[in-house]
Write a protein that binds this ligand. Structure first.
Ligand SMILES: Nc1ncnc2c1ncn2[C@@H]1O[C@H](COP(=O)(O)OP(=O)(O)OP(=O)(O)O)[C@@H](O)[C@H]1O
Ligand SMILES: Cc1ncc(CO)c(N)n1
Length: 319
């Protein structure tokens, strides 16, 4: 089966656990639920962690990350560092979590559910970045750092006085950073659209690997520079007015694929397919601004219609 932009992940991962997961997903989509529990004998799921902020509108941030993890067949965990009061039009307010509560979330996760890969998203302030960097230092886990700076609505998601901390404290810990073109230009001070040149400048600033995403500018390519190798990944550019959360979806899918053990270049190709598919199914018209991407294609899904006890006659009856 060839990977397609509609079925980017399951097309490539053909291990037994994943086959079973996609069987269950298609059963659910068809409205049937098997009465037997299916946990015994199946391996524990692969786990990934997002350290990011909540988008109350459900399109970006933690909410996008957890959906992308699920889309990639990975159990998602989250440490929320800030809450945004946000919709498709803008960000009305930001509320930061206290550092000790961020650490409490991370301790709870690392003590019981150690992740196979981690991504960071909107970290907002120097205090949050310092807290997260201290918690991640010395952990031998693949780390994707998405240097989220500006929302598609134009709102500032990283304070100007926090950029230095992001570069100095988090870039050296990252396996790969995933700026979009404008973030890459802002971080380097380069005005060029040459992603290869900008990626080299970002590596010189301390990042091990750089993936400049392809949603903006003239060229429709994600560009990866890692281990001294350049890779252009051609990406589609759908004329869909619903790209809010594309960057979060992309970096979460990249982390999920690293959690699954893929090499960075292959994970980057998969993440591009996942993000493109999410844009293709984007929820145009949801809200007055740029609608959210939809990595799960929720409009094609339905709740189950037969009862868990396996008695279709009881399905859907309210008591
Ligand atoms: N119109 C589109 N059609 C197809 N894929 C897209 C489109 N826009 C973005 N993508 C894909 O989504 C991923 C993230 O791209 P982009 O450069 O837009 O990130 P971003 O600007 O950080 O996103 P966000 O809108 O969440 O801030 C890339 O792989 C990119 O190719
Ligand atoms: C919480 C949050 N994270 C990331 C983005 C970037 O899309 C956003 N708009 N909101």
């Amino acid at each position: 089966m060839q990977p397609t932009s509609d079925n980017p992940v399951n097309a490539r991962f053909t291990d037994t656990a994943n086959d079973a997961a996609s069987d269950t997903a298609s059963d659910a989509a068809n409205g049937a639920v098997d009465s037997a529990p299916d946990s015994p004998g199946r391996p524990a799921p692969i786990r990934a962690l997002t350290i990011a902020s909540s988008d109350s509108g459900g399109g970006a941030g933690i909410q996008a990350d957890l959906k992308a993890f699920a889309r990639c067949g990975v159990h998602g965990m989250s440490a929320i560092v800030a809450l945004t009061a946000q919709n498709t039009v803008g960000v009305n307010a930001v509320h930061e979590c206290p550092p000790d509560f961020i650490l409490a979330q991370l301790d709870a996760i690392f003590d019981d559910l150690p992740p196979a890969a981690i991504k960071t998203g909107m970290l907002f302030s120097e205090q949050i970045i310092t807290t997260v960097a201290q918690a991640l230092a010395g952990r031998d886990v693949p780390l994707v750092v998405d240097p989220v700076m500006i929302a598609s609505s134009g709102a500032q998601l990283l304070r100007e006085d926090a950029v230095g901390a992001l570069v100095e404290l988090l870039f050296p810990l990252a396996t790969v950073i995933t700026p979009n073109l404008m973030e890459a230009q802002a971080l380097t001070g380069l005005g060029s659209e040459d992603r290869a040149e900008i990626a080299e400048a970002l590596v010189a600033m301390g990042a091990r690997g750089v993936l400049v995403t392809g949603g903006h500018g003239q060229q429709h390519i994600d560009h990866l520079y890692a281990d001294g190798q350049h890779l252009d990944i051609p990406v589609p550019r759908y004329p869909v007015a619903a790209t809010h959360g594309a960057g979060c979806t992309h970096s979460a899918a990249l982390a999920a694929c690293l959690a699954r053990g893929l090499p960075v270049a292959q994970a980057a190709r998969q993440a591009a397919l996942v993000a493109a598919s999410a844009v293709k199914h984007g929820l145009v018209g949801l809200g007055a601004g740029d609608g959210p991407v939809d990595v799960l294609d929720v409009r094609s899904m339905r709740p189950p219609t037969s009862s868990p006890a396996g008695n279709p006659a009881q399905a859907g009856q309210l008591r």
